[in-house]
Ligand binder design. Structure first.
Ligand SMILES: [Zn+2]
Length: 181
C-alpha cells in the first residue's frame, strides 16, 4: 500500500505520517499533487466518544468486523486489511442505501483505539454480531445498536426510501458484517 493510494482513499496527514516512511515535506507535496489542495494542519480532533453515537457505532462495528476478518482469516497485513476493509465497508453502505459515516482516517483511528484498549469489541447476545463498546462497560447483556435502534433511527435516510420501515437501511447494513468466531 503506497502513500498515493492512501491519499486517494482520503487519508489525512497524521495517518500518512504514522503509516508510511516518507518525510513530512514529501508527504505534503504528494498530498497537494494528488488532492489539489494542502493537507489540513493540526492533530485529529477525534475522541472515542464519537464512535458511541448509535449511527457511528453501527458503521464502526461493521467496518471493524470486516477489518478483523481480513486480518485474522484472510491473512492480510494490517494496513492492507485496513484499506480493503474500508473499501468493502463503503460498498456495503452503497448496497444498503446508507451514506458512509466513517472516512478512512476515522476508520484508522478506530483501529488504533481498539488496538490500544481505549475501545473494545464484544458479540451481541441477540444477533451474534461483534460491535464496538467501551472495555469498562460491564452491562451483563451486551446488545448491538442494530438490535436496539433508537426511535429516531432512519429519519435522515427516510427521503431515499420513504416507504421503508424506520432504520431499515441501518439494520440492513448491520447484516453485512462477516461472521466472526
Ligand atoms: Zn445485535
Amino acid at each position: 500500500m503506497d502513500a498515493i493510494a492512501l491519499i486517494r482513499f482520503g487519508a489525512r496527514l497524521q495517518m500518512l505520517k504514522s503509516e508510511v516512511s516518507i518525510s513530512h515535506d514529501r508527504l505534503v507535496r504528494l498530498y497537494r499533487e494528488v488532492r489539489g489542495t494542502s493537507p489540513t494542519k493540526g492533530m485529529l480532533p477525534f475522541s472515542a466518544d464519537w464512535y458511541m453515537t448509535w449511527r457511528a457505532n453501527l458503521h464502526a462495528s461493521l467496518f471493524h468486523a470486516i477489518y478483523r476478518f481480513l486480518l485474522a482469516d484472510a491473512g492480510c497485513r494490517r494496513l492492507e486489511a485496513l484499506v480493503k476493509a474500508y473499501d468493502q465497508y463503503t460498498s456495503c453502505c452503497d448496497e444498503s442505501g446508507t451514506p458512509p459515516v466513517l472516512d478512512l482516517t476515522r476508520a484508522w483511528t478506530l483501529v488504533r483505539f481498539v488496538d490500544g484498549g481505549v475501545l473494545g469489541t464484544e458479540p451481541c447476545v441477540e444477533c451474534g454480531v461483534w460491535f464496538i463498546k467501551y472495555p469498562h462497560d460491564m452491562r451483563c447483556t451486551p446488545r448491538c445498536v442494530a438490535c436496539h435502534l433508537p426511535a429516531r433511527a432512519g429519519k435522515r435516510s427516510g427521503s431515499a426510501h420513504p416507504r421503508r420501515e424506520k432504520g431499515a437501511s441501518e439494520r440492513h447494513l448491520a447484516t453485512k458484517a462477516p461472521n466472526l468466531g
